[in-house]
Design a protein around this ligand. Sequence first.
Ligand code: MRU
Length: 369
Amino acid sequence: MADLAAPGATTISHSPPPLRALRWDDSRDGPALLLLDQTRLPAEEREIVCTGIPTLVELIRSLAVRGAPVLGLAGAYGVALAAARGFSVADAAEQLATARPTAVNLAVGVRRAFGAYRTHLAAKPGDEDGAAAAALAAARAMHREDAEASTAMAAHGLALLDRLVPGGAHRLLTHCNTGALVSGGEGTALAVALAAHRAGRLRRLWVDETRPLLQGARLTAYEAARAGMPYTLLADNAAGSLFAAGEVDAVLVGADRIAADGSTANKVGSYPLAVLARHHGVPFVVVAPSTTVDPHTPAGDAIEVEQRGSHEVAEFAGVAVAPPGATAYNPAFDVTPPELISAIVTEKGPVSPVDVSGMTQLCAMSLSS
Ligand code: MRU
């Protein structure tokens, strides 16, 4: 966009190139999956060339690639990679689907690409190349659909915010990272905040740092700064006083798995925010694509919550902050019950209230897509 700064002078403001969490690459010796290494952000934007399934599994476990929707894409492209490189596709599918347990998208992505691979082989036995191409086409289709879902969620989410919090500029609190780094598009909850920003209706984005791995400080703040959003970082335990001061109009979070009753697993620390939001009469909104809705998980207590190592809590940037041998309680996620959720926004629109009737419709839509 060009604007006149002074007579005779023109300034040109450049938007930064979109962040791409992952991409398929055919340009070197054999196909590869390129992943933006999220463990190195915000210090540097470096891509990892991934050509093997054990490596991809390790990159998923170490959170080099992370966030529910993009884990689905990593799983699907991983199956395509195994097929294209002549590895055992069944083994790859098994290893990838179980690399992390909570985000349902990972297994969904693996199933979709593996399904396309097997369907092709059933129709044309022995045509491994065709089956590999079918798996890649499935991964690419998911990637496109996820980008489209992101655009739709942003629009639905902003319309909902304008209804829930009438009167203009929003002060939004978010947790973890839910932007372009987790998506084929601009993300889930952060895409809604970005839409508000573009519409001139974001007064402040409050960014929880998100202990212990700092996805908020390292990744959301990075994305917000790149997009020129007005954001302020806070330690997770400062959220209570922020609500008490009346500084939060709505909470927006993503999801790793939404059970059939609406219970939502998301980054640990989401549930306390939902409790705070309820106490202070602030809407708590979950934004996630329908691929995160899991009709086969009946309720929150059936969601497997990933437990991670003590060192993530007992160390900070590799430096010990607890006595040697200290053990830590370190669940990666927590589960927010439906009665604390004001709305679930998917690409198909908002469900509010999050009750049996709304969830029955959402689960039916999710099964049919
Ligand atoms: O452990 P992570 O970083 O993969 O956790 C990610 C989250 O909890 C996100 O909030 C969630 O995946 C939603 S992203 C749309």
